[in-house]
Design a protein around this ligand. Structure first.
Ligand code: FAD
Length: 354
């Protein structure tokens, strides 16, 4: 009998699988490539909310675990996927500059915010009110990281490239059974795919679609990440990711013209040189109204667990949440109430009584 079945290898699945692999647990991973959120993400490892110059929920603490986590995986796969890349925040007004300096004085922020205005020297950019600079941020190349990790799992015989069929899962007292596989536990890390999961689709995880355009511009010559009304993220020679959009009405899979138009219009307000849109990508963020992840054990089945609800900050949250879930399952540690799935037990009871 295996220790674990894991369903889904996005950021959540990766963080949990890596934890159990380090603990020498036996496991198999199912992945069907139906959700793309982690593979198309911008890869920003940034603890700040750059609209308001505040720290995202527990992001400072998460950063201390997340950065070494990705660096360790980088060493394991032998590819440079974690890049030190500062973010330049374009100011829109003198008021914003003042808010930046007020933020610089706060102890929780002063390690991240460089307390000086930076003048723009790149003629391709329109930056009348200068920049602020965010330190210690990273860009993670998630597409390469995830595909290399999957390849490694495949070579070790730990990967099944197939859709997990929930109606074929049997739960016994001491284990679960799926087709011919028995395991002590199953952990669902399906992202927005959870809406097809009859064990957990009572949870209020809604889809928030995000899109990026990929542009080519020889004259832009931007080396840092630029944040204006959109992020401009250097990805390769003369290629940049621009985005992302947020849309909780459209949960279709494919990129849209309206998102492209929105992003092109925003970009034109910041860059003054020609560019060409060469590609567009989209994914659905697994978001929760209270903006907290959801993890824990099913209210009725002690061997069935979930790790989900990472919203727009999966890079920072997933490694910490995976560790908390592992300790909950294996060592019976309590989960923090703000991330426990038991905050939705009322919704579970209602779904049972339908
Ligand atoms: C455009 C965009 C930009 C983003 N930028 C950032 C960023 O810069 N920084 C950041 O921290 N976060 C960012 N995010 C958010 C981040 O991507 C999410 O928080 C994260 O991807 C969630 O990871 P997950 O593993 O929980 O879900 P997912 O990435 O959706 O992974 C779930 C996996 O489960 C698989 N799966 C589902 N159902 C089944 C099934 N039945 N059988 C087998 N496999 C199944 C799917 O194929 C998928 O691979 C961005 C998101 C988007 C869309």
């Amino acid at each position: 009998m295996l220790d674990y079945i894991i369903v889904g290898l996005g950021l959540s699945g990766l963080a949990f699988v890596d934890k159990i692999a380090n603990e020498n647990k036996s496991y198999v991973v199912f992945e069907d490539f139906t959700q793309k959120s982690s593979r198309v993400a911008g890869g920003l490892c940034n603890p700040l909310v750059l609209k308001r110059f505040t720290v995202a929920w527990q992001a400072n603490e998460q950063m201390k675990i997340a950065v070494p986590f990705y660096q360790k995986i980088q060493n394991k796969i032998g590819k440079d996927v974690v890049l030190d890349l500062p973010i330049l925040r374009r100011f829109n007004s003198v008021e914003e500059q003042n808010t930046w300096f007020e933020a610089c004085d706060k102890p929780i922020l002063n390690d991240f915010l460089y307390p000086e205005l930076i003048r723009n020297s790149n003629e391709a950019l329109d930056i009348p009110f200068h920049y602020g600079r965010v330190k210690h941020t990273r860009k993670i190349d998630l597409a390469i990281l995830l595909s290399s990790y999957l390849e490694d799992l495949d070579q070790k015989g730990n990967l099944i490239k197939d859709s997990f069929e929930h109606d074929k899962l049997l739960h016994h007292n001491e284990c679960v059974e799926y087709k011919n596989i028995k395991a002590k536990h199953i952990v669902f890390c399906e992202g927005f795919g959870v809406h097809k999961n009859p064990f957990f689709n009572y949870l209020p995880i809604y889809g928030n679609k995000g899109e990026y355009i990929i542009i080519k511009s020889e004259r832009l010559q931007l080396k840092e990440i630029l944040k204006s009304s959109v992020f401009i993220i250097p990805v390769a020679d003369d290629l940049y990711k621009v985005g992302a959009t947020y849309n909780n009405k459209d949960i279709s899979d494919n990129p849209t013209n309206s998102a492209k138009e929105e992003l092109v219009n925003k970009l034109k307000k910041v860059i003054k040189v020609p560019f060409e849109v060469v590609d567009q990508v989209s994914g659905i963020r697994p978001a929760v109204k209270d903006r907290r992840p959801i993890l824990g054990t099913h209210p009725s089945y002690k061997n069935i667990h979930i790790l989900n609800g990472m919203g727009s900050r999966g890079i920072l949250a997933a490694p910490v949440m995976a560790r908390a879930l592992y300790n909950h399952i294996e060592k019976k540690y309590q989960l923090p109430v703000e991330v426990s799935l038991h905050r939705f037990d009322k919704a579970f009871e209602l779904s049972e009584n339908k």
